[in-house]
Design a protein around this ligand. Sequence first.
Ligand code: ADP
Length: 231
Amino acid sequence: MDSPDTLLKLTDIEKIYGSGDAATPVLSDIALEVNTGDSIAIVGPSGCGKSTLLNLIGLLDTPTSGSIHFNGAALDGFNEIERAAFRNRSIGFVFQLHHLLPQCTALENVLVPSLVNSDRSNAPERATHLLERVGLKDRMGSRPSQLSGGERQRVAVVRALINRPKLLLADEPTGALSEEGSASLTGLLLELSAEEKMALIVVTHANAVAQKMDTVLELRNGKLALQDGSR
Ligand code: ADP
């Protein structure tokens, strides 16, 4: 029986790319339980499967075997349209590169995911509130080229939050930032995760970022384990 706070549960996840002679096993026996409000870092050497795992959790890809439950519901039987709708509603993504639309303002960029959300009536108010919250009150009308790297990444974070996701997935979110920018964005992600009652999963190479999370999990040889010394 799952605890009432269990948001995401991965059971016996295996991922193999290709088949036959070209089969590349990447993940095996992965089990993970994430509760509302958790902050988790996933670390490990390059090529160990961190992005693969994040793509499975984010429903951008499907496991070879194993099951994924979100809020108690099994997602295995979802078709592509149901997966996309679920992803848009329940999961926010932040990547190393901001992927903002260059011709749109910060405010317009933030509103893009709300366009495919049927319940978007208060999206403009929420966008304004969140942009103010992350310190971009005076930059809402600026285009990405007029913003600093840290500011662009904060716009990308707000865009990820616009549909009130329960889970925020961040793949190397500070990879393109200075040390100071990285510390500031990490602090902001943690604050927003508490304020918005979201779980946060961050894939990172940066030890300083990983150590700020409640739990640090290490992916090695296809398996996920608590990093030595992690709480
Ligand atoms: P990481 O994010 O830890 O650097 P990845 O998840 O990107 O690792 O990749 C893990 C392994 O899976 C690598 O060996 C990579 O070459 C392989 N891989 C990733 N995506 C694919 C794919 N679409 N097809 C085949 N192999 C892939």
